[in-house]
Write a protein that binds this ligand. Structure first.
Ligand code: MN3
Length: 199
C-alpha cells in the first residue's frame, strides 16, 4: 500500500494556546507529509514491504534491506510516530481510567509521573521523542533519538511527545520546558487509556 498522511481529525487551532495553529499546520502538512513521501520513495519497488503497515515494518528492522534501512527507520519512524502523536492530542480530557490507576500505582502519583516524563522530554539531547510505553507489560518512561520507534525495541507505545524543535520552535523558541509543561493540557487520556487496554 502507498503510505498516506492520515486525517488529523481536528482543526489546526484546536490545541490553542498550548500548541499554536501555525505550528500544527507546518508540522502536519509539511513535516509529516515529508516523512510519508520519503518513506514511499524508499519503498519503491519493494513489494513485500509495501504490503505492510509501517508499524509492522518497524517491529522487524531485520526485514528491511540494508540499502534502505536508514531511510525506512528515519522516514517510516517519522510517519509512524506522528500518526500516533496526533491522536493523543485533545484539550481538557481528564486524567482517569485504568491507565491513570496504573500510572499512580507505578510512579506513586500523577505529579511524579509528570516529573519523570518531563525529565525524559527535556533531557533528550537534540531531536527525539519522550514516551510512556509498556515493556513486557510494565509501564516505563523512555526517550528515543531522532525518529526511532519503541516498536523496534519490542515496546508498546501508550503516549508520546515530539521534542524536535520543529514541534515547538515557532511559539516557544528555545524554551522546550514550557512546551513540555503545556503538553500536559492537551493529552487525550481517553486515547491513552484505549492504547493501554488494547495492546
Ligand atoms: Mn515532528
Amino acid at each position: 500500500m502507498t503510505n498516506r498522511l492520515p486525517e488529523l481529525g481536528y482543526s489546526y487551532d484546536a490545541l490553542e494556546p498550548y500548541i499554536d495553529a501555525k505550528t500544527m499546520e507546518v508540522h502536519y502538512s509539511k513535516h509529516h507529509q515529508g516523512y510519508v513521501d520519503k518513506l514511499n520513495a524508499a519503498l519503491e519497488g519493494k513489494k513485500d514491504l509495501q504490503k505492510k503497515d509501517v508499524d509492522e515494518i518497524l517491529r522487524d528492522l531485520n526485514s528491511i534491506p540494508e540499502e534502505i534501512k536508514t531511510a525506512v527507520i528515519n522516514n517510516g519512524g517519522g510517519h509512524s510516530n506522528h500518526r500516533f502523536f496526533w491522536q493523543l492530542l485533545k484539550k481538557n480530557v481528564p486524567f482517569k481510567g485504568e491507565v491513570a490507576e496504573a500510572i499512580k500505582e507505578k510512579f506513586g502519583s500523577f505529579e511524579m509521573f509528570k516529573k519523570k516524563f518531563s525529565e525524559a522530554a527535556t533531557g533528550r539531547f537534540g531531536s527525539g521523542w519522550a514516551w510512556l510505553v509498556l515493556n513486557n507489560g510494565e509501564l516505563e518512561i523512555i526517550s528515543t533519538a531522532n525518529q526511532d520507534s519503541p516498536l523496534s525495541a519490542g515496546k508498546i507505545p501508550l503516549l508520546t511527545l515530539d521534542v524536535w524543535e520543529h514541534a515547538y520552535y515557532l511559539k516557544y523558541q528555545n524554551r522546550r520546558p514550557e512546551y513540555v509543561e503545556a503538553f500536559f493540557n492537551v493529552i487525550n487520556w481517553k486515547k491513552v487509556n484505549e492504547n493501554f487496554k488494547n495492546w
